[in-house]
Design a protein around this ligand. Structure first.
Ligand code: SF4
Length: 195
């Protein structure tokens, strides 16, 4: 078994008991699927969004709606294969009306899944998409506008945050800055791959 297969097995074992998770309020609000995440279990780059939207809840996969299509396009533009990265969210169930997850929902879900996903995957770079993902990961309020595209350190991991694609859909004027952040991510990836 190679490292990727081994990590896939660990992730499967992590998810198996929680296919109908009701460990926080979001398990009781009509979600259709628990969206654990997908991609390369041995990825060097991990993306973390906020939570599943309607399309993601329907399909049980992260970033498959309009935001996901935009993410796919920018990844292709900078030469990152979606299949080579891992993509997940702070909370794995859709918050009603796409509201932000509460601090308690985020803490419960991260404790169950995200921290364990990070421990299993051991990515070299983590990219929180948007302020909700960044704030919850770092455990403090931060300005995504100030910190986007910069290198931060958290628990020994390199963190390079950027805007959530849903924000770019609403604010096209930031699309070039967003592309620059993905070029920064690509360069950081090339740098860790050359070590
Ligand atoms: S959001 Fe996370 S903790 Fe809450 S019910 Fe869904 S999977 Fe469980």
């Amino acid at each position: 078994m190679n490292p990727r297969e081994y990590k896939e097995e660990l992730l499967k074992a992590l998810y198996a008991p929680y296919k109908n998770c009701q460990e926080c309020h979001l398990g009781f609000t009509g979600r259709k699927n628990v969206v654990f995440g997908e991609g390369n279990a041995d990825a060097e780059l991990l993306f973390i969004g906020e939570g599943p939207g309607r399309d993601e809840d329907e399909q049980g996969r992260p970033f498959v709606g309009r935001s996901g299509q935009l993410l796919n396009r920018v990844l292709a533009q900078v030469g990152i294969e979606r299949s080579e990265v891992f993509i997940t969210n702070i909370v794995k169930c859709r918050p009603p009306n796409n509201r932000a997850p509460s601090p308690q929902e985020a803490a419960t879900c991260m404790g169950l899944f995200l921290y364990n996903q990070i421990k299993i995957i051991r990515p070299k770079i983590i990219c929180p998409l948007g302020s909700i993902a960044l704030n919850n990961l770092l455990g403090k309020p931060c300005s995504i506008t100030k910190l986007r595209g910069t290198n931060l350190e958290w628990e020994g991991f390199t963190i390079i945050p950027t805007y959530h694609p849903a924000y770019i859909l609403r604010n096209q004027s930031q699309a070039l800055s967003w592309l620059e952040d993905f070029k920064t991510l690509k360069n950081a990836l090339l740098s860790v791959q050359s070590r």
